[in-house]
Each structure stands twice: as structure tokens, then as C-alpha cells.
Design a binder for this molecule. Structure first.
Ligand code: EPU
Length: 456
């Protein structure tokens, strides 16, 4: 990796969250090399895991994104000392002085993140109490926390809802339990793991999510001294231990970011080398990318994604839990599908409202219809509940510039890709939200040859 670029990029990210609007002159292929670092959806949880250790932890490949800064702030108000490690992107988390925090401080630091709910198990073990404010996160569905609360109650936590949030206590400590999730929720699986490792006795989790980020969290917990068995058929067993040490770990790469840049290469007829991307965690994405007409080369240090020329082809996709096609991949890919010749269908089965971003694409000239029915696949839990969760995309469309507003993190990247692939000039507002999950995206756009101006 080019150190000079990395350092420049690192200093620019905080400023990126302050950027509100980008005017993009589209129609140019994005081409060049960018690097992805640790996955947002692992790094933030790995930072919480450090609360469980008796000694400091060191995490490497931490991206400079605002979700990481939110979790850092929350850990710091709970007394965790966080310092830079010996190399760029590494941090040391020292939990020696963990303490309860004031509700107002927690509230002020929680921002729009959903991670605070995962503090509960570790804090209940260490302090006997925890408080979480109302949770934020992208508006892509109702996003309840009922599984989390049920899980914590089943370990023995007492949950008290207050006007300002939720207070929990564990007057008799936390004890291993049997949990069966009705849906393989990523967050609820992490909740079980982070709570069970120090609970007395054995915990059995049925219906677990098994995303690569969860397996990497299991790797981290095992390094700390936990005993965790991942069985077949989504069953995870955890033998609680009395003591955990700190860990040293390099975070799994961000496969969602890698897939976003891959979609950008396809939609702009470009050629992007994503340094740090690896094949095993992206198998399902790579199959779809190839079916649409994209090409890729797997290298030791990354994956090259490119448009090989010729027409893009339509596909039928159903998003699903791992090892299915990730929900986070569909939004950026839909832009490329507007350029495919024929009718594509995307059936979203993870979040009930993840198509808010398509209105802007339609304004830019795409032909996309959203339906309440489960199209192109199996009936899902949203089919009978009146949710607009299937998209039919007819192409090819040539997009034209427009003034559009970013609705959420992945939808934001999709809007940027749409503007980059459109003829003419687009103004994309509310882009600050993109820095929640994409490190240095402005610098990366520059490295890839995008033509744009920024406004504060
Ligand atoms: N759900 C419930 N009750 C709960 C928890 C979840 O009904 O208590 C439902 C959700 O409403 C949703 C489904 O279960 O319909 C799946 O949610 P899950 O718990 O799996 O998602 P999450 O943990 O909130 C993480 C990622 C998401 C990613 C999903 C699916 C983080 C911080 N977020 O969310 O990432 O889409 O898993 O893989 O890890 C993103 O990065 O943009 C993003 C939204």
C-alpha cells in the first residue's frame, strides 16, 4: 500500500463527514487502485469485545469511518483507554478502568449507531449494569431490538424501559442459556456470543447467523480464551469461562465496501483494483457479478473488477443471510442493472424498506418498479405484510444527471455510482452519511479519476 496516499487519506476523513454535497460530472469510467481495510461490521464489534478482556487488546486494519469513531467515543466514556497502535490503522484498547457512564454522555456519543446494544452483555459482566439510549442506524426498515432484549433476559438480565432508553442489571450474574432465533439475525448472534463467553455454564444458540464477520468475531473471542464450537445447521455452543485476556487481531476486510467498488466499476464501464479484497468471503457476489457480465481477476493482494465490454445481462437476485447474496450488496449493484439489457429482479428479504434509494435512479432515467409481492424467488416474511420489497429493473437505460439526496449508507454509494455513470452533472446531497461506512471515499473517488467538486 502507498503510505503517502494512506496518510493523506486518513487526515481527510473527518473533513469528509463535514462534506454535505458533491457535484459530479459523470460519464467517465472509474479506473485505478484503491484499498479496503477492516470491515465496519466486524471492527465495531471487535472493539466492544475488548471490554471483556482483563488486559489490553490490539486491533489492526481499523478503518477511519464515523461508525468506528462513535464506538470509540462510547468505549471512552466507559473508561476504556484507546490509543494508536504501532502502525497506521492499529489501535490499542485498554479496559483496565471500565466504569459506568452517565446516561447523557452515552446518549451524546451514541450518534446514529446501532452498536450500543452490544455493550450490554460485556458491561453487565463487568459492572452489573448497562444503559442504552434509543438506537439509530440507517432507515432501511423498522429494525427492532426484540431479539437482543429476549436474549439478554434469557441470560438473567433485568430489562427496564425508561423514557430516555433502556436500563439493564444482572443482580444474580449472567448464566448460560438456550436460545433459538426465529431469524438468523447478525446482531442477535453477536449479542449471544459477547454475553455467553463470560456467563456461567453452557449456552446453546440455534438459528445463528454465520456471516464471515461473525466468524471473525468468534476468532477474536477464541484468542481471548473463549470456548466456542460452531456446529452444522446454524448451532453455536459456548462454554462460559471466568476470565478472558486481551487479543491481537487483524480485522477481516470489508467485503461490502469491496462489492460497492466492484459495482461502481461495472456501472461506469471502468476497471477498479480493490486492494485487500479476498475471494472466499465474496464467492456469492462474484458469481452474480460474472452473470451480469462483469469480469474479475483474483490476485494475492486484492481483486480486479472490470467491465470487459459488451452488453450487461439481467439477473434475478434474492438477498439473504450468509451464504446468500448480502442485502448490503444489492443497492450499489442495482445501478449496474439499470444498464443491463432486459429485466432484472431483486427480491429483498432481509430489510423490509431497502428500496428508498431507487426514486432518485428513476428521476435520473432508470426504469424501476417496486412491488409488495415476493418476486423472482421464494415467499419471504415480508410478502404478506404490505412492504415494498421487490424491484423490477428494465434496461438498458442511459442515466442523466439530477439533484438527488442520499437516504442511507449503501443507498448513498448507489447514488454516487449513479451520478458517476450518468451523462451530465448531478448534485448529490447528504453525502456525509457515506463516511459512516466508507473510509476516505472522496480520496478514493479522486484516485479513480472521478470529476467532482465538494461543498461543505
Ligand atoms: N431483527 C429483528 N429483531 C431484532 C434484530 C433484528 O426483527 O432484535 C430483524 C431486522 O429488522 C432485520 C433482520 O432481523 O429485518 C436482520 O437484522 P440483523 O440483526 O441481521 O442485522 P443487524 O445486526 O442490525 C447487520 C449489519 C447490517 C447488515 C445486516 C445483515 C452491522 C452494524 N450492521 O445489521 O449492515 O445489513 O447485519 O447482514 O453489523 C450496513 O452495513 O449498511 C448495514 C445495514
Amino acid at each position: 500500500m502507498n503510505t503517502l496516499v494512506t496518510e493523506t487519506a486518513r487526515t481527510s476523513t473527518t473533513a469528509e463527514s463535514a462534506v454535505d454535497r458533491i457535484t459530479i460530472r459523470g460519464g467517465r469510467p472509474l479506473a485505478g487502485r484503491i484499498e479496503v481495510r477492516g470491515a465496519k461490521n466486524l471492527v465495531t464489534k471487535a472493539m466492544v469485545a475488548a471490554l471483556l478482556g482483563d488486559t489490553p487488546s490490539m486491533l489492526k486494519s481499523v478503518p477511519d469511518i464515523s461508525d468506528v469513531r462513535v464506538v470509540r467515543g462510547l468505549l471512552e466514556v466507559h473508561g476504556v483507554k484507546i490509543s494508536d497502535g504501532p502502525e497506521p490503522g492499529s489501535i490499542v484498547l485498554d479496559p483496565a478502568a471500565v466504569e459506568s457512564a452517565h446516561m447523557a454522555d452515552i446518549d451524546a456519543h451514541a450518534g446514529s449507531s446501532r452498536i450500543p446494544i452490544l455493550f450490554c452483555g460485556p458491561l453487565l459482566h463487568r459492572l452489573g449494569e448497562a444503559f442504552i439510549p434509543d438506537l439509530g442506524g440507517c432507515r432501511i426498515g423498522d429494525r427492532p431490538i426484540n431479539y437482543h432484549l429476549d436474549v439478554l433476559r434469557s441470560f438473567g438480565a433485568v430489562v427496564e424501559k425508561l423514557p430516555s432508553g433502556i436500563r439493564m442489571s444482572a443482580p444474580n450474574g449472567l448464566v448460560g442459556t438456550k436460545v433459538k432465533l426465529e431469524y438468523p439475525s447478525v446482531g442477535a448472534t453477536e449479542q449471544v456470543l459477547l454475553t455467553a463467553v463470560r456467563a456461567a455454564g453452557i449456552t446453546e444458540l440455534k438459528g445463528a447467523a454465520i456471516e464471515p464477520e461473525i466468524m471473525d468475531l468468534v476468532n477474536i473471542l477464541q484468542k481471548m480464551g473463549a470456548i466456542i464450537t460452531v456446529d452444522t445447521d446454524r448451532v453455536i455452543r459456548i462454554e462460559g469461562v471466568e476470565k478472558l485476556e486481551g487479543y491481537r487481531h487483524t480485522a477481516l476486510f470489508d467485503r461490502n465496501e469491496a462489492a460497492s467498488w466492484a459495482a461502481a466499476a461495472l456501472a461506469t464501464e471502468g476497471d477498479i483494483y480493490v486492494g485487500g479484497a479476498k475471494q472466499p468471503e465474496m464467492l456469492t457476489f462474484l458469481n452474480v457479478f460474472r452473470k451480469v457480465g462483469g469480469a474479475f481477476e483474483i490476485h494475492e493482494d486484492g481483486i480486479r473488477f472490470y467491465h470487459p465490454g459488451g452488453e450487461l445481462k439481467p439477473v434475478v437476485i434474492e438477498t439473504d443471510v450468509h451464504p446468500g447474496f448480502m442485502t448490503d450488496w444489492q443497492q450499489p449493484l442495482v445501478v449496474a442493472l439499470t444498464k443491463a439489457k432486459g429485466v432484472s429482479i431483486v427480491h429483498e428479504t432481509v430489510y423490509e424498506q431497502r428500496f428508498g434509494f431507487v426514486d432518485a435512479l428513476v428521476e435520473m432515467g432508470a426504469t424501476i418498479q417496486i412491488h409488495k409481492e415476493c418476486l423472482g424467488g421464494h415467499p419471504c416474511r415480508f410478502g404478506q405484510r404490505n412492504f415494498n420489497h421487490s424491484a423490477v429493473i428494465a434496461g438498458p437505460s442511459s442515466l442523466h444527471g439530477a439533484d438527488i439526496e442520499v437516504p442511507d449508507l449503501r443507498g448513498g454509494l448507489s447514488h454516487l455510482i449513479a451520478a458517476l455513470s450518468a451523462e451530465g452533472s448531478s448534485t448529490v446531497s447528504n453525502v456525509g452519511i457515506i463516511s459512516r461506512g466508507y473510509e476516505d471515499f472522496i480520496t478514493k473517488l479522486r484516485l479513480l479519476g472521478a470529476d467532482f467538486d465538494l461543498e461543505g
